[in-house]
Design a protein around this ligand. Structure first.
Ligand code: AMP
Length: 316
């Protein structure tokens, strides 16, 4: 089985209380691919500029990811994002966003990318997400991420693409901004009944508090993996999405039931926890984070959350 992802491939400048990087490989699609490729084959789609080097390309190619549709635009500059984290590490300010090569990008997917079973529309202009969705008609499962910027400046296209996916993955604050609902659960319900057609699965990312999964029949939540030190949260959401969508892709063929979705939440959470322990893509691009390491944290998450109910006599 395979996954196609379109989204930003970027250079990021990041300041956190633990240090800073002036220019490191980033982008929603890059973080997603590094995580998803632990579970399935990945095709990456997106443009980069002349400034994108062979070393960065080698990271994108890790675990056999296919970069044939990573288009090098001659004379162009790679997408650039700059952000600064507050002391709580859960909130950040965007200091600069330069779309550069994404401004005039017209995705033309190779046959291999078009035929993937699973499509992830990582964060980028909703108009581009729509163009890619049109080309991947065979996909059995499509998930989408977005952000406040697109809710503010491209709402109509964003609503169109939301109607054409199975799963919406968004920060809880952005879910509320999108729907106007006061709570995350109410916002998710609004999305689930926004169609037809509408997504049947909503995942609300809650930063250091974890993530919640809401469908018409079910609710499930996991806390973030407990860490003593978070160095750089950049890309945590995309890494989570890579684990979540990657696990679903690895199970295509069996019913997408609560068990698969709960495992997807656990793999997303475990992978995201490794991502935030180092800057940018450093952790997921290192040998230290291998299958055994990920399985260990999934096992821990299962242990942390389970309990056997006591037969308690209540006084009311
Ligand atoms: P996350 O921390 O999961 O929200 O993702 C951070 C990544 O998103 C960074 O590596 C940025 O390069 C990328 N990013 C930031 N702003 C945008 C944007 N407006 N469109 C697409 N990607 C973005």
């Amino acid at each position: 089985m395979s996954i196609t992802v379109v989204g930003s491939i970027a250079f990021d400048a990041v300041q956190t209380p633990f240090g800073e990087r002036e220019r490191m490989l980033g982008g929603a699609a890059s973080h997603f691919a590094l995580a998803a490729s632990m579970l399935d084959e990945v095709n990456l789609v997106g443009p980069v500029g002349d400034d994108f080097g062979e070393a960065e390309m080698a990271v994108l190619r890790m675990r056999g990811s296919n970069v044939d549709d990573v288009e090098r635009v001659s004379g162009g500059k790679t997408f650039f994002w700059k952000g600064r984290y507050h002391d709580d590490m859960n909130t950040r300010d965007t200091l600069d966003t330069q779309l550069n090569v994404f401004e005039h990008f017209e995705p033309k997917l190779s046959q291999r990318s078009r035929e993937a079973d699973v499509l992830f529309l990582a964060n980028i202009q909703p108009g581009l997400q729509l163009q890619v969705r049109d080309q991947c008609r065979a996909a059995k499962f499509v998930a989408l991420d977005s952000m406040n910027l697109w809710i503010e400046i491209a709402r109509s296209e964003l609503e169109q693409i939301i109607g054409r996916v199975d799963c919406l993955i968004l920060n809880d604050e952005e879910l509320r901004q999108l729907t106007g609902a006061a709570t995350t659960v109410a916002a998710a319900r609004e999305v689930l009944k926004s169609g037809p057609p509408a997504p049947s699965i909503v995942v609300a990312k809650q930063g250091e508090y974890g993530a919640a999964l809401i469908t018409a029949e079910d609710f499930f939540a996991l806390p973030a993996y407990p860490l003593e030190q978070v160095v750089d949260p950049t890309g945590a959401g995309d890494t989570f999405a890579g684990g979540f969508v990657g696990l679903i892709a690895s199970q295509i063929g069996r019913a997408l039931d609560g068990e698969v979705l709960r495992n997807a939440m656990a793999y997303g959470t475990a992978l995201a926890s490794y991502n935030v322990e180092r800057f940018g893509t450093e952790a997921l691009a290192s040998d230290a984070v291998d299958g055994a390491a990920v399985r260990r944290r999934v096992e821990d998450l299962w242990r942390f959350g389970r309990f056997d109910r006591l037969d308690v006599e209540l006084r009311a």
